[in-house]
Write a protein that binds this ligand. Structure first.
Ligand code: ADP
Ligand code: ASP
Ligand code: MG
Length: 464
């Protein structure tokens, strides 16, 4: 039994859907469950529209609704053409996007986007992509069926970052997925989403389809879970920046978790725990180069493998600065800022507090930037008025770079020191730094335009 997950870029276009179908056809395991993300860019667009609706920008959310409708109808039509598979999928896409419009209209009337509303909206991308992929597979002669993970993954009601109830999920998977598999059906399950015991849709957090695959893999006692993305596994650096980067062929769960923690893009950080608990191996493979062996993550990697550090870079970020004013700054303000963002579903990817400057630096995704500023201005309206806080500022177009070393007793110099030495040689001004006590990893924030220069330089300075 295999659980195979395809990320947003793997189903980003007509050609990519076709390649996914071809990959599924080459899988030798007779029992397979497919987990799919939304087409790339879709979840961002859905959330952007809902936030515009909350701000009363009705024309703008309607434009997003039309774009998403066109994109999905075009993809489905190209893939399914005149086959009898097209009309029901067409109808489904129209219905889902009409519902999106209705949800946005209610959000606009209320003038507020709750996290529950956010999840209702954000989940639509996976519902669409899974229907399209299942229909494509049926058109190609397979007995495939789309199934919404709201029927399978039971979660708590922490909207925006819900936690699965593994016992209840296992039960649901046995009731609903096992019989399909027994009938020889290939289930195509939505990643990223779940539902509460009352049936209200939740999401597992951005990038959460990896986690969905792991949850299903654990509940089905799968032999392996395979995550298909757009690079050859986890590499010593993003190969789009460093073409000569090497794939890390084998990692332990612990090592992979460390890497995932610093680059939620590469692998959702919660993915490893359910698999490690049951010793289920995880592979990360490239849907653009299916023959590449990628990265294999197991309990006990071979002792002869090459242990190399990895540079994980994340672009498309903004730095939000909450600046205190003299004596006014306190830890209480920092905790309020973090709580307010967490409760509104903004992922803070990194933060640091500056006691000297009396303020807080928060790293968020670019698409969360304006929403984040509005939330903080609301939360701290009084402090800003009274002058206890001087301002909520933003530095756009920043990136984080994490250098993560795997502890190696042979090497005396910890990775953080090597990374700092490399940065020193470059003479680069670093905006912010975060480092755990272990010195096995270090993360820093730099201007995004420097990434293409800095990552290859550190890669070469570390002797990679
Ligand atoms: P998916 O859509 O398949 O979930 P993501 O975009 O979430 O894919 O994550 C994969 C991306 O992570 C790659 O396309 C790559 O740009 C980025 N990345 C950054 N650093 C690394 C690294 N060291 N190894 C592999 N990928 C990396
Ligand atoms: N579609 C969701 C997101 O963009 C989940 C995922 O892609 O893993 O965050
Ligand atoms: Mg991802």
């Amino acid at each position: 039994m295999l659980v195979v997950k395809f990320g947003g870029t793997s189903v980003g276009s007509v050609e990519r859907f076709l390649e996914v179908a071809r990959i599924i056809e080459t899988l030798e395991d007779p029992e397979c469950v497919v987990v799919v993300s939304a087409m790339s860019g879709t979840t961002n667009a859905l959330i952007r529209g809902a936030r515009l609706a909350a701000a009363g920008q009705r024309e703008q959310y309607r434009a997003i609704q039309r774009e998403l409708l066109d994109k999905h109808l075009h993809t489905a039509q190209e893939l399914l053409g005149d086959s009898p598979e097209y009309p029901p999928v067409q109808e489904y896409i129209i219905k889902q996007l009409r519902e999106y419009g209705q949800l946005c209209a209610s959000i606009a009337t209320l003038g507020e986007l709750t996290m529950r509303g956010n999840d209702a909206v954000a989940s639509l991308g996976e519902e669409l992509s899974s229907r399209i992929l299942a229909a494509l597979l049926r058109k190609r002669g397979h007995q495939a069926e789309a199934i919404s993970s709201t029927l399978l993954v039971r979660t708590d009601d922490h909207y925006g970052a819900a936690s699965p109830d593994m016992e209840a999920t296992r039960e649901l998977v046995h009731q609903k997925l096992r019989p399909l598999l027994a009938r020889g059906v290939l289930p195509v399950v939505t990643g990223y989403i779940g539902a509460t015991a009352e049936g209200v849709t939740t999401t597992l957090g951005r990038g959460g389809s990896d986690y969905s695959a792991a949850i299903l893999g654990a509940c089905l006692d799968a032999d392996e879970v395979w995550i298909w993305t757009d690079v050859n596994g986890i590499l010593t650096a993003d190969p789009k920046l460093v073409p000569e980067a090497h794939t890390l062929p084998e990692l332990s769960y612990r090592e992979a978790e460390e890497l995932a923690y610093f680059g939620a893009d590469v692998l959702h950080p919660k993915t490893l725990a359910p698999l490690a608990e049951r010793g289920i191996p995880l592979r990360i493979l490239n849907s653009f180069v299916p023959s590449h062996p990628g990265t294999r993550i197991v309990a006990e990697p071979s002792s002869e493998r090459l242990v190399l550090p990895a540079i994980i870079s994340t672009e498309g970020l903004s730095l939000i600065q909450v600046s205190g004013n003299g004596q006014g700054w306190s830890l209480n303000l920092a905790s309020r800022a973090l709580r307010c963002l967490a409760e509104s579903g903004v992922d803070v990817l990194m933060y640091s507090q500056s006691f000297a400057e009396r303020g807080l630096n928060l790293i968020v995704r670019r698409q969360d930037q304006d929403h984040c500023i509005r939330l903080l201005e609301g939360e701290f309206a009084q402090e800003l008025r009274l002058g206890l806080l001087s301002r909520i500022g933003v530095q756009e177009e920043v990136a984080t770079i994490s250098v993560v070393g795997i502890p190696d007793p042979q090497k005396e110099e910890p990775i953080a020191a090597q990374a700092f030495a490399a940065l020193g040689k470059l003479g680069l001004r670093v905006i912010s730094v975060a480092q755990p006590a272990s010195a096995y990893s270090v993360s820093f924030v730099i201007p995004e335009r420097e990434v293409a220069r800095v990552v290859p330089f550190i890669h070469s300075e570390l002797g990679l």
